[in-house]
Structures are given as structure tokens and as C-alpha cells.
Write a protein that binds this ligand. Structure first.
Ligand SMILES: Cc1ncc(COP(=O)(O)O)c(C=O)c1O
Length: 473
């Protein structure tokens, strides 16, 4: 079988992500037919020059997704129900998700509806042309000024309103920066591994190569940057996604030092920087090196992802290139929403809302931590925790069990993690469902699941992570 399997792997993607996608596409495209047997993980590992564990993880993940089936003694086969994709509308989100505990989703019930309505009405009153006409590519000046004040005050960002580009969420921020870097002749960008898979995908879409940089309990291993020949690095310093660990002070310094020595660019994804529960949030890296660091923020966690509100604070050397990419992408984002955001900030409603949300999430986090009663990562900040599991099989089996109970969480495999575990969000369920969501989760995880925090290996970033668990939780 091994010799017959031809896979179109995208060399720009991290190995694991690339293989997973190639296999999925081979099944969808009909090149791998229902019932067809796949090479063993050992054979395929030898063919592709990859680690056997990685192949086994990819197989397990695709089994969980339903593309493959695996039976003892019969190897791994393409699922009978899998086949070429039929054209038509995309499949709807599974509606049997009773309890949404996926990471990164806020409680939409907290959305400050009346304050938003008031802010929108005020924005409309600012004048028809200002609110509804074509405007500055970067977004309306009042919005950039209000945001600059907020970011400086709350996140320690050095923010000149002229250097802010409002855009459609962090996703577009990455796409804009990637295209700008490409136009400046930069080819390779380091991404955190594990990390948000779309970042590598968007870089590759822009014609750049994404290169994995591993993460451990001190955050991303910035010392590795020197050997990677990259022009930029995308990082989540305040709260690494998905592991939840902050970048250690010495690595923050090391990262900026690398950028200074190599004319490097750092993209700081500050996706949930406001949500830190034990003490003041860690300030943004950008404040230390505003000419090296591109700061990216988003209202997806603080307000609602559906708004598609995001922003970049761009160093002078990249500003024109980013603004040009934004102009080409969509001229600018929704002026009315930007003006409403500005009104929300200047009226103090944004701060009030974030404070309220922080208390709400903190309470949930405490309840989750008490219920889990075992070591987890990333408990001090953000909207999710990471529960380490001892193996890829344990991860897959737990995901399947939870899915059957109507509980959606994400496995770490989807983020390209070397270690296994679950990323469990605690923000999304509406308050009236939260107690039953927590009960359903705990019912499946059970009190008798091995305490994985005391086992070796297992964690994102590999050896040592488990030992140091208490240092980061
Ligand atoms: C790591 C990370 N960064 C940023 C975001 C915000 O993305 P967006 O602003 O596109 O909604 C998310 C949300 O999913 C995320 O998980």
C-alpha cells in the first residue's frame, strides 16, 4: 500500500498539518476510496521521513473526524461513509453540540446590547458622510484615536492613531501583514507550534513559508529563531494559544533581541490580553519595541467575534505596505461599527464591559478548576484551560465520548501539538447552561481519569512541561 499512496503535501505548511490536509483531500477527492487500506504508521513514517508518532496522531485525528476507521488487526482504512465531496452548500455546524466548550468563544449573552445601540446611534449622529461614506483606509480617525488611548492605557501599547489600521478581525490582520511582508521580499515566517492553524494557512496563502517554532512551559522557544532563517515571527506572548502559558521575561527580551539583530518583524497576537485573573495583565511586547513589533488586537473575545472588529498597530517601515494591502482587500472595514466602538470606549462602556466580563469568566474558571481538581495549563488568563492527557489515543477517545454527550471541546492535535490534551473553553455557554455544561464535561472526564499531570511527557512542548506544570498554572 505504501508505494501506491501519493500525497500532495504543501511544503509551506507544518508537516503534521500538511499531511493531515493532504489525506483529507485525498479522501474527499476520491483518490483514496472508501474501505481502502492505508499504509501502517511505520511504513508511512519511513516513506515520508516523519516521526511515527506524528503519523499515528494524524491517523487518530482523521479517525475522530470520520474520514478513517481503525480496527485492531485490520489497520487503518478509509471510512465506508467517506467519499468524494459532493458540491452544494457547506455542511452546517453540527447542531447536536449541546454544550459549547470550545476555546476562544466568549459568552455572547454578555454583549452590551444597550450600550452598543446607544453608541451606534451616536455614531450615526456624527454625520451621514462620516458614518456612511467611503473613508480613510485605516478606519475613521475618531476610532483610531479612541483605540490608541485605550491600548496605551490598558495594554501599554505605544499607539499613534496614524499607525493604527482597523480591519476585519485578527484573521484579516494576519493576511494583510503577510501580504505586506511578501511585497517587501520577505519569504519565511516562524509560527508557534502548537498554534492557531489558520495562521500558517494564511501565510501560505500569501506565498510565504510558515516555519514551526516549538512552545514549552516558558512560551515559544525564541532561541530557535536564529537557526530558522525567518524574517518574522508570529507570537502570542501574553497567553500562548493554545497552551495558555505566558512568554517568560527572558524570552521576551530574547525575541526582541533577535528582531533587532536580524531586522526581524514580530507579530504580537494579543487576542485575550485583557483577561488575566490573578494580577494586572502582562503588558504588550509592542510597548518595548514599537518599530519592530506589529501589535494585533481583536474585539472577538471582549465583545463578539461576529463583529469582525480587529486592529493593527504598525511600525513605520511597514505602514504604507499594510495600508495598501487593506485598500486592495476591501478599501476599509465598516465605518459605522468603528465609530460605535469609539463611542463605547470614550463613554467608558468598553472598560466597564471588560471588567464585568473578567469577573464573570473568573468565576467560571474557578468553578471549572474546582471541578477538574487536577493540574491544568493556562488557568491564570484567557477563556480556556488545557487539560493534558497521556496519549493521542486518550485524546481521541475523550473527544469522541464528549461529543456523544453533546460536549464540544478541542483536542490539542488540531493545533499541531506534540503533546496530547484538551483545550476546554469556559466562556461560551450561556449562563443558564453553564452548570449543566460543567456537569456533562465532568461526567465524561470522570474522577477516575488518571491524573495526567503526574505522568511524564504528555504536554504541549514535550519533556519537562509536566514537571513544571505548577510553575505555570
Ligand atoms: C489565537 C487567536 N488569535 C486571535 C483570535 C481572534 O481572531 P478574530 O479576530 O479573527 O476573530 C483568536 C480567535 O479565535 C485566536 O484563537
Amino acid at each position: 500500500v505504501a508505494t501506491g499512496l501519493h500525497l500532495d503535501r504543501d511544503p509551506a505548511l507544518p508537516l503534521r498539518v500538511g499531511l493531515e490536509r493532504a489525506l483529507r483531500e485525498a479522501v474527499r477527492g476520491g483518490r483514496l476510496r472508501p474501505g481502502e487500506r492505508l499504509p501502517s504508521s511505520r511504513e508511512l513514517a519511513a516513506d515520508l521521513g516523519m516521526a511515527r508518532n506524528t503519523i499515528a496522531d494524524v491517523y487518530a485525528h482523521l479517525v475522530a473526524e470520520g474520514y478513517l476507521v481503525s480496527a485492531r488487526g485490520a489497520g487503518t482504512r478509509v471510512a465506508a461513509t467517506a467519499g468524494p465531496a459532493v458540491s452544494g452548500p457547506p455542511a452546517p455546524e453540527p447542531d447536536d453540540v449541546r454544550y459549547d466548550l470550545r476555546p476562544g468563544r466568549p459568552d455572547l449573552g454578555l454583549f452590551p446590547q444597550s450600550a452598543w445601540l446607544v453608541a451606534t446611534r451616536r455614531a450615526l449622529n456624527s454625520g451621514t458622510a462620516a458614518a456612511l461614506g467611503y473613508g480613510d483606509v485605516r478606519g475613521p480617525r475618531p476610532a483610531r484615536t479612541a483605540l490608541a488611548g485605550y491600548l496605551a492605557r490598558v495594554r501599554g501599547v505605544v499607539a499613534d492613531p496614524d499607525r493604527i489600521v482597523l480591519c476585519s478581525g485578527y484573521r484579516q490582520a494576519v493576511a494583510l501583514l503577510a501580504a505586506a511582508l511578501r511585497d517587501q521580499g520577505r519569504a519565511r515566517v516562524a509560527v508557534e507550534s502548537p498554534g492557531l492553524p489558520e495562521v500558517a494557512e494564511m501565510l501560505s496563502q500569501a506565498g510565504l513559508s510558515a516555519v514551526d517554532l516549538p512552545v514549552d512551559v516558558d512560551g515559544v522557544q525564541v532561541a530557535g529563531l536564529d537557526g530558522l532563517d525567518v524574517a518574522a515571527a508570529v507570537v502570542t506572548p501574553a497567553h500562548q494559544f493554545p497552551t495558555g502559558v505566558p512568554l517568560s521575561p527572558s524570552r521576551r527580551v530574547g525575541l526582541l533581541d533577535w528582531a533587532a539583530r536580524n531586522d526581524g518583524v514580530v507579530l504580537e497576537d494579543d487576542y485575550d490580553g485583557e483577561f488575566r485573573y490573578d494580577r494586572q495583565p502582562i503588558g504588550a511586547l509592542q510597548g518595548l519595541a514599537p518599530e519592530r513589533v506589529v501589535y494585533a488586537g481583536s474585539a472577538s473575545k471582549t465583545l463578539a467575534p461576529g463583529l469582525r472588529l480587529g486592529w493593527l498597530v504598525v511600525p513605520g517601515g511597514l505602514l504604507d505596505a499594510v495600508v495598501e494591502q487593506k485598500r486592495l482587500a476591501d478599501r476599509h472595514s465598516s465605518t459605522l461599527d468603528h465609530l460605535a466602538l469609539a463611542e463605547l470606549i470614550t463613554a467608558g462602556e468598553y472598560d466597564r464591559h471588560v471588567r464585568r466580563a473578567r469577573l464573570h469568566y473568573r468565576r467560571r474558571r474557578d468553578e471549572l478548576a474546582a471541578a477538574l481538581d487536577r493540574p491544568v495549563l493556562g488557568i491564570r488568563a484567557g477563556l480556556h484551560v488545557v487539560l493534558p492527557l497521556p496519549s493521542a489515543t486518550a485524546e481521541t477517545e475523550t473527544l469522541v465520548r464528549l461529543a456523544r454527550a453533546g460536549v464540544a471541546v478541542n483536542g490539542l492535535a488540531r493545533y499541531g501539538s506534540a503533546g496530547s490534551g484538551l483545550a476546554i473553553g469556559y466562556a461560551a455557554p450561556p449562563q443558564h447552561l453553564w452548570p449543566s455544561a460543567l456537569a456533562a464535561l465532568m461526567c465524561e472526564l470522570g474522577p477516575d481519569v488518571d491524573n495526567p499531570g503526574h505522568q511524564a511527557g504528555g504536554l504541549p512542548g514535550g519533556r519537562g512541561a509536566t514537571r513544571n506544570l505548577h510553575a505555570v498554572t
